[in-house]
Design a protein around this ligand. Structure first.
Ligand SMILES: Nc1ncnc2c1ncn2[C@@H]1O[C@H](COP(=O)(O)OP(=O)(O)OP(=O)(O)O)[C@@H](O)[C@H]1O
Ligand SMILES: [Mg+2]
Length: 240
C-alpha cells in the first residue's frame, strides 16, 4: 500500500522542505540464524512541508524508519529517496554531509554533551559544519531565547530541567536550518505540560521554516500536531 501525505498550505515564500520517499523498504535482523522482519515492503511519501506522525507499539520499527530516512541504516530491500537521491547509492561520507546540512535529528534519548553549556550544545552542528564560533554561538543564543530559556545559555545540561533540555535538543536539531526533521519520541519522559510546550515550539518553528517532519511517538497528544498519522504494525504501515 502506498501512503502519501499532502503538503500543508504555505503562507508566503519560504524554503521548501525535503521530499522523503520510502519505496518497498524492508528491514530485518538475523536472530539465532533466522531473519526477523521489522519492516515489510513499506511505502511512504512525504511531500515537501508535510508533517507526518509515526505511531506503533514499542519495537514496531519507528526508530528504524527514522534511521533509514537519515541514512544511518541501509534497508535490506527497497529504496529511500531524499529529494530524489537514493541514499543507498551514497557513501558514508556523503551521508554524513547530508545529515549535517539537510537533516535535523531529535533522538529518542536526550544526548546533550554534559561538558558543553546549553548554547554550545545548540551550536554544535554549526561548528561541525565549519561556522565561526562567535556567529554560531550568537545564532544558538537567539534560538535558545525563542525557546523560552533566555539567559540560560551558559548553564550545563545537568542544571536544566528535562523539558528545558529537550527544548535545547529541538534548537540543536534546527540550528543548521535543515529541510527534513526526524523527531524520535521528542516528548518521552516529559509531563504533559512540558510535552505540549516542546511540541508547540517544535511545530511553530517547523511551520515557519516550511520543513518536512517525520515524528515517531507513542504520545497521542504529540501525534495530534501532525497533519497525518500512520501506525506501524507487523512490519506494515497503516493509516492511524
Ligand atoms: N541493531 C539491532 N539488532 C537487532 N535487532 C534490532 C536492532 N535494532 C533494532 N532491532 C529490533 O528491531 C525492532 C524495531 O526496533 P525499533 O527501535 O525501530 O522500534 P521502535 O518502534 O522505535 O520501539 P520504541 O517505541 O521502543 O522506541 C525491535 O524488535 C528491535 O529489537
Ligand atoms: Mg524507538
Amino acid at each position: 500500500m502506498s501512503h502519501a501525505a499532502a503538503p500543508r498550505p504555505a503562507p508566503g515564500p519560504r524554503p521548501a522542505g525535503s521530499r522523503l520517499e520510502l519505496r518497498g523498504v524492508s528491514q530485518g535482523y538475523l536472530r539465532r540464524g533466522a531473519l526477523r522482519t521489522v519492516l515489510d515492503a513499506v511505502d511512504l511519501a512525504l511531500e515537501p512541508g508535510a508533517f507526518v506522525a509515526l505511531t506503533g507499539a514499542s519495537g514496531a520499527g519507528k526508530t528504524t524508519v527514522l534511521e533509514l530516512a537519515a541514512g544511518l541504516q541501509r534497508p535490506v530491500a527497497g529504496r529511500v529517496l531524499l529529494d530524489g537521491a537514493d541514499l543507498g547509492a551514497l557513501d558514508d561520507a556523503r551521508l554524513a554531509e547530508l545529515r549535517l546540512t539537510r537533516v535535523g535529528m531529535l533522538f529518542q534519548h536526550h544526548d546533550l554533551i554534559p561538558t558543553l553549556n546549553a548554547a554550545e550544545n545548540v551550536a554544535l552542528p554549526l561548528l561541525l559544519a565549519g561556522a565561526q564560533r562567535h556567529a554560531a554561538l550568537a545564532r544558538a543564543e537567539r534560538l535558545v531565547e525563542r525557546l523560552g530559556i533566555a539567559g540560560r545559555g551558559a548553564e550545563l545540561p545537568a542544571e536544566l530541567s528535562l523539558g528545558e533540555r529537550q527544548r535545547l535538543c529541538v534548537a540543536r536539531a534546527l540550528v543548521n536550518e535543515p529541510r527534513l526533521l526526524l523527531a524520535d519520541e521528542p516528548t518521552a519522559g516529559l509531563d504533559s505540560v512540558a510535552a505540549d510546550e516542546v511540541m508547540r515550539l517544535l511545530s511553530e518553528l517547523v511551520d515557519e521554516a516550511g520543513l518536512t517532519v517525520l515524528l515517531a511517538t507513542h504520545d497521542v497528544r504529540a501525534a495530534a500536531y501532525a497533519d497525518r498519522a500512520f501506525r506501524l504494525s507487523g512490519g506494515r504501515l497503516e493509516p492511524a
